[in-house]
Design a protein around this ligand. Structure first.
Ligand code: TYD
Ligand code: MG
Length: 461
């Protein structure tokens, strides 16, 4: 039997950092004011393996398996029926896996998972959708917008973990959706639903069910900015796959990004559009990202980035203007703020352009966040274009990493990037010099290879 002990601990609501005393700043994620006190009942599983769920050790002791003799079934993955999601997952949902879908409230998590349920149940899989947030009629209304469902689709409105566990064991579904993990509670834990210990306890229960019964469990986790609800980051380490929904809630497109994946790569993204009948896949993401690009406007440059195996063209916008204050304002949306500051310092030092008294705003349109250094050259060109108030050609795209000496460094998969730009009708591509010869092969697009930022300035301004 499990031994238990009542005590209280302090948890960071952001990252789940645990501490015996309250702290103003979390040593884990460096956020301020995120600690809350929670009563916890420490349960020590007496030698029980939470993954196998096979209780007591036998008299002879546990018997390890021989690695080379473990059988892997071929048909492990079930396709979700949504190509963009399958790509992010690495080919479909793995049987017996635990997947977390995080995102801001209202971004479309419930809608996406309901659509997944529709495809799975339509393909003959038994699916159980458990909601702790919406009533049966609310879910039905949403389902009616999405399409027709077969009788394989079961709904349950419940938040009590014991009842849910019983339902899953009784109904034996192949896939389960939990909407959301923050509403679930276990009576074993005295903290309120949504607290770090409840969220962790609930995830632990679903982990055992997933691995023990071989059912694929998908959890919804709301990203919360403040308040008393623990964010999905506190359970990232427990689940197999973590997907986050990004994008502007006010715009219609959504980007689903794999952050962790025990069964595939993590740098894939899926692009969706929220329509009146649910989320639709966007196949040609680059076209979508460049939609509405202004004509003949200074400060706008198209950059080629890679998202996993897929090249993606994005528009980088910069606005550089004279500052009215002593300390100029700098702002970056969709990319790293510090990187933009660094690139501007490089520009100032290496090409003698006085940006010290200028406000600068850099924005990657489309609500996407890009960390790849290959956008550096695009950012630099956008800043220069705005500074000189000189528009660059609409059919020009650029990519390349910019180093501290102002050198333009090679990036991976240059050929694919150029091919994508060519496909979208671009006529000129500014690339790192070392990639130029490779890019020019079999392509009809004009390639400008540059060794440094100065060379790029000479070629374009
Ligand atoms: P929802 O899936 O409820 O978000 P989450 O579960 O992440 O909180 O998404 C809700 C938003 O999507 C809401 O603003 C309405 C919109 N929506 C559509 O535009 N079209 C649709 O077909 C559906 C079902 C929702
Ligand atoms: Mg929801």
């Amino acid at each position: 039997m499990a031994k238990s002990r009542e005590s209280t601990v302090f948890f960071c609501q952001e990252c789940g950092y645990e501490s015996a005393k309250w702290m103003g700043q979390c040593p884990g994620c460096k956020d301020w004011n995120t600690f809350v006190e929670e009563p916890v009942k420490k349960v020590t599983y007496g030698g029980r393996n939470p993954v196998q769920g096979t209780g007591r050790a036998r008299a002879a002791g546990p018997v390890p398996s021989v690695l080379s003799q473990i059988q892997v079934r071929g048909e492990d993955r079930i396709s979700t029926g949504i190509g963009e999601l399958d790509r992010v997952l690495g080919g479909g949902i793995v049987q017996g896996s635990l997947t977390l879908v995080g995102g801001d409230p209202g971004i479309g998590k419930s809608t996406l998972l309901l659509q997944v349920c529709r495809h799975l149940s339509g393909a003959g899989h038994r699916v159980l959708y458990i909601s702790g947030e919406e009533s049966l009629t609310q879910i039905k209304m949403r389902a009616d917008r999405i399409g027709a469902f077969t009788d394989n689709m079961l709904l349950l409105c419940e938040t009590d973990l014991d009842v849910i566990e019983e339902a899953i064991r009784g109904q034996k579904p192949e896939a389960v959706v939990i909407d959301s993990i923050q509403t679930m509670y276990s009576e074993n834990v005295s903290a309120a639903p949504g607290s770090v210990s409840q969220v962790r306890e609930s995830t632990g229960v679903f982990l055992r069910l997933a691995k023990g019964l071989g059912v694929s469990v998908m959890l919804v986790g709301h990203v919360t900015k403040e308040g008393t609800v623990a964010g999905p980051r506190v359970l990232e380490h427990m689940v197999d796959t973590v997907l986050y929904f990004e994008g502007d809630r006010h715009a219609s497109y959504r980007i689903l990004r794999g952050v962790k994946n025990r069964f595939g790569s993590t740098d894939e993204i899926g692009v969706f559009e929220m329509r009146d009948r649910g989320l639709t896949e966007v196949r040609n993401a680059s076209e979508y990202m460049l939609e509405g690009r202004p004509d003949n406007a200074s400060g706008s440059v198209a950059a080629c980035t890679m998202e996993g195996t897929r090249p993606l063209l994005v528009e980088i916008q910069a606005l550089v203007c004279h500052s009215n204050f002593g300390i100029p304002r700098r702002q970056a949306t969709g990319t790293d703020f510090n990187r933009v500051n660094l690139l501007m310092a490089v520009l100032e030092k290496r090409s003698g352009i006085q940006l010290g008294s200028c406000d600068a705003y850099v924005n990657i349109t489309g609500g996407i966040k890009i960390q790849e250094p290959a956008v550096d050259l695009g950012i630099v060109l956008a800043v220069l274009s705005s500074f000189h108030n000189q528009a660059l050609s609409r059919t020009l795209a650029a990519f390349g990493e910019v180093g501290l000496s102002g050198e333009v460094r090679a990036v991976s998969q240059a050929r694919q990037r150029v091919a994508e730009a060519e496909k979208l009708g671009f006529q000129t591509c500014v690339v790192p010099f070392v990639c130029a010869a490779d890019c020019q092969k079999n392509s009809g697009i004009e390639i400008i290879g540059v060794k440094s930022v100065q060379e790029a300035i000479q070629a374009l301004f």
